[in-house]
Write a protein that binds this ligand. Structure first.
Ligand code: HEC
Length: 173
């Protein structure tokens, strides 16, 4: 009985060492072209378009049309309307896809300004006179958590309706 216990204990203690030696193999090499660690996106210096494809398109789709089936609103031709209602400017930064993305503040500011430009996804939905976002503004806003996202968004949509703005965000109500 005692023998069994000691043997069992020895096996349990030896197991991690066996695995540690087996994976990865001691002389395993990186695949060709993969020798250096990946650069984090916040330091990679990609263009805004590439940052959008890497960080946003998975949900909002490459052309920004979104997906009602996945509760993801359309940005194309709509997102600029948020700048027409009080609180909308802050909302655009605080939505989790934005504030919690892996992009740094300057990259997020560039990305948002790219989205809301008339020749960007927002198209004609952006008001004629608006202030572009700065990295400082993003830094300040992104760390304040939005506690009630659906409620906040619903209020903003209500304020848009009151201004006679068509709610063309691709969602089903
Ligand atoms: C995991 C899926 C997902 C990712 C990734 C994502 N989003 Fe979103 N986004 C959503 C959803 C869902 C909403 C609707 C509000 C909510 O529930 O968060 C939303 C809302 C928004 C809004 C507000 C528009 C509105 O009509 O409510 C903007 C602007 C936005 N996202 C931009 C971005 C950008 C830019 C990125 C990339 C940096 C991004 N999102 C990444 C899912 C995502």
């Amino acid at each position: 009985m005692r023998h069994l216990f000691v043997m069992g204990l020895a096996l349990v203690l030896a197991a991690p060492a066996v695995y540690a030696r087996a994976i990865p193999k001691p002389n395993q090499r990186h695949a060709p072209g993969n020798e250096s660690p990946q650069t984090p996106i916040a330091q990679a210096g990609y263009s805004v378009g590439v940052n959008y494809q890497l960080q946003c398109a998975g949900c909002h789709l490459p052309d920004g049309t979104g997906s009602a089936a996945n509760d993801t609103p359309r940005l194309t031709g709509f997102v600029g309307n948020f700048l027409k209602v009080p609180g909308g400017r802050e909302f655009l930064v605080r939505v989790p896809g934005m504030s919690q993305s892996a992009l740094n503040n300057a990259q997020l500011a560039d990305l948002l300004n790219w989205l809301i430009r008339e020749d960007g996804m927002a198209g004609k939905s952006t008001p004629a006179h608006y202030q572009p976002y700065s990295a400082d503004e993003i830094a300040q806003l992104r760390h304040e958590t939005m506690l009630n996202l659906p409620g906040t968004r619903a209020e903003l949509i209500k304020a848009m309706r009151a201004q006679g703005i068509a709610i063309d965000d691709g969602m089903h109500y």
